[in-house]
Design a protein around this ligand. Structure first.
Ligand code: SF4
Ligand code: SF4
Ligand code: SF4
Length: 292
């Protein structure tokens, strides 16, 4: 089986995440032939152009589409691949780099380069960031920032065996703290994670925002096992369309009536808290601020 891995606008973490398979990567390599992986080996775009259409069995595309080059290679790899898989949150939803869509291209360039914006030899920086599916059709997606090892293992095995993958439960269902989550939570304050001594109980019950109730399970609660609340990188549970609004609604329902306004004001950065991964997908072709 021929596979390819490509990075668009990416931090590189998704490429590195394959190494989290440890020795299992050797089993994987027995079954596949890597025909294109620029992060790890010296391949040229001309090598891909010369391949017959549909000759790559599975191509994993990580990172979002931010430059003309990202877009061009996404289209090329779509043509050359039987299955194109969006790998990681940037490719699927835009992720943290998609938060740049809150600003116009000019604002970003001015902030980063002050006045000497690099010139002609670089690929065009597109007016806004797009997800992979906003550019080409995809056949599957492997969620996470980067995909947590349990999700990655399941997805890779499923893709090689041609079966479906992905859990249909909320993260809370597999959380090691779930027994300390009361049926009815009532909080009279909201804390950022570093502001409160962790009691070891459900983060939400402690007043610390944890995206678990609105997030799809499958990662085996990796962050919570490391005593860090979930930020929702795997995306929404399938039965809800919108993770951010679902979580805002969950938070609204547990705030005590006593000092409601004060508690709500303690939530800093709504977009960064509830839409950290999905802002770009939810603002298709749209920055909040226009370039004109
Ligand atoms: S999904 Fe996360 S780890 Fe992967 S490229 Fe994007 S920011 Fe990096
Ligand atoms: S809210 Fe967070 S800490 Fe509480 S049970 Fe759900 S995932 Fe676990
Ligand atoms: S606990 Fe949440 S943030 Fe951490 S890997 Fe799982 S889904 Fe992602």
């Amino acid at each position: 089986m021929k596979i390819a891995m490509y990075w668009g606008a990416s931090c590189g973490g998704c490429d590195v995440s394959l190494l989290s398979l440890h020795e299992k990567i050797l089993d994987l390599l027995k079954e596949v032939e890597i025909v294109f992986w620029p992060c790890a080996m010296d391949f040229k775009y001309e090598d891909v152009e010369k391949m017959p259409d549909g000759s790559i069995d599975i191509c994993f595309y990580n990172g979002a589409i931010r430059t003309e080059e990202n877009e061009k290679i996404a289209k090329l790899l779509r043509k050359k691949s039987k299955k194109l898989v969006a790998y990681g949150s940037c490719a699927i939803e835009g992720c943290v780099i998609g938060l740049a869509n809150l600003y116009s291209r000019e604002e970003i360039l001015k902030e980063v380069y002050s006045k000497d914006v690099p010139g002609e030899d670089l690929p065009e920086f597109l007016p806004y960031l797009k997800t992979l599916e906003q550019v080409v059709s995809i056949d599957a997606s492997i969620p996470g920032c980067p995909p947590p090892t349990p999700i990655l293992e399941d997805a890779l095995n499923a893709l090689l065996q041609g079966r479906q993958f992905g859990k249909n439960v909320a993260l809370c269902d597999e959380c090691p703290r779930k027994d300390s989550k009361p049926d009815k939570i009532e909080i009279d304050n909201i804390y950022r994670w570093h502001e409160k001594k962790d009691s070891g109980e459900c983060f939400l019950a402690q007043g610390i925002i944890c995206m678990g109730p609105a997030t799809r399970g499958g990662c085996k609660a990796e962050c919570i096992t490391a005593n860090i609340p979930c930020t929702g990188c795997v995306g929404p549970i399938p039965k809800i369309k919108e993770q951010g609004i679902s979580m805002i609604s969950a938070i609204a329902s547990i705030i005590s009536n006593k000092n409601e306004d004060e508690v709500i004001e303690k939530i800093e950065d709504y977009v960064g808290t509830f839409y950290k991964y999905s802002a770009a997908k939810l603002l298709p072709e749209g920055r909040l601020k226009d370039e004109s």
